[in-house]
Ligand binder design. Structure first.
Ligand SMILES: NC(=O)c1ccc[n+]([C@@H]2O[C@H](COP(=O)([O-])OP(=O)(O)OC[C@H]3O[C@@H](n4cnc5c(N)ncnc54)[C@H](OP(=O)(O)O)[C@@H]3O)[C@@H](O)[C@H]2O)c1
Length: 197
């Protein structure tokens, strides 16, 4: 399969791209990768697809949100968080339909903060919840048997900088998260949120 991995220079993205490279032709994209894309800019997504052409799977491991309490968040910070993590990935799907081959797939990233609360997590919750609802509903509309799923991990063992914000949360390993992505790309599910933790 030809697989486009967006966010391939990050912790999750590099793990996913490396694992999929064993059996697939993987194209790595991010703002700083050779295939450049900024998910916050629709014209940048269009340029990426135009450069890459048809693919069998689009995998997203990107998305940034602001972590602040509700009282400290501004309207602009909520808007920018949703624009980046939620609408950036929605746009990756919307524009990507024309580039994904029959029976291909999209795999998006959400996270545990859509279903469990931590202090400063509302922008993440908003984006993750929106993406999971989108995944479920888009799955019944995508043409040509194209599948769509989301991977929703808790904090990763390897993301040590975040552990203090997740007291009592049992981390999952990068290897477990990578396996969920492989299941989404090589398997048969659609409309599912693959929850880890
Ligand atoms: N780490 C965790 O414990 C954890 C747990 C649950 C969910 N998540 C979610 O998983 C996703 C990835 O997390 P991570 O820890 O792997 O993050 P990371 O190491 O910071 O990597 C983020 C990746 O996304 C790319 N990126 C950032 N902004 C982008 C943009 N606007 N357009 C295109 N690419 C962009 C980055 O590369 P460039 O800077 O080159 O663009 C990088 O490749 C996030 O949405 C995060 O919320 C993470």
């Amino acid at each position: 399969m030809k697989v486009l991995v967006v966010g391939a220079s990050g912790l999750i993205g590099a793990g996913v791209a490396d694992a999929l490279s064993a059996n697939h032709d993987v194209i790595r994209a991010s703002r700083s990768s050779e295939v450049s894309v900024d998910l916050t800019k629709p014209e940048s997504i269009a340029a990426m697809y135009s450069a890459v052409g048809k693919v069998d799977a689009v995998v997203s491991c990107a998305g940034k949100v602001t972590f602040k309490t509700v009282e400290d968040m501004s309207f602009d910070e909520y808007r920018d968080s949703v624009m980046d993590k939620a609408l950036g990935q929605v746009e990756l799907v919307r524009q990507g339909i024309d580039y994904v081959n029959d029976s291909g797939s999209f795999t998006l990233i959400t996270g545990i903060l859509g279903r469990e609360a931590i202090q400063t997590g509302t922008a993440a919750a908003l984006s993750n919840g929106a993406l999971e609802a989108f995944t479920y509903t888009a799955s019944i509309e995508l043409p040509r048997a194209i599948r769509i799923n989301a991977v929703s991990p808790t904090v990763l063992t390897e993301a040590t900088g975040y552990h203090a914000y997740f007291p009592g949360f049992e981390p999952v390993t990068l290897a477990q998260v990578v396996s969920a992505y492989v299941k989404c790309v090589e398997g048969w599910s659609t409309g599912l949120v693959h929850k880890l933790g």
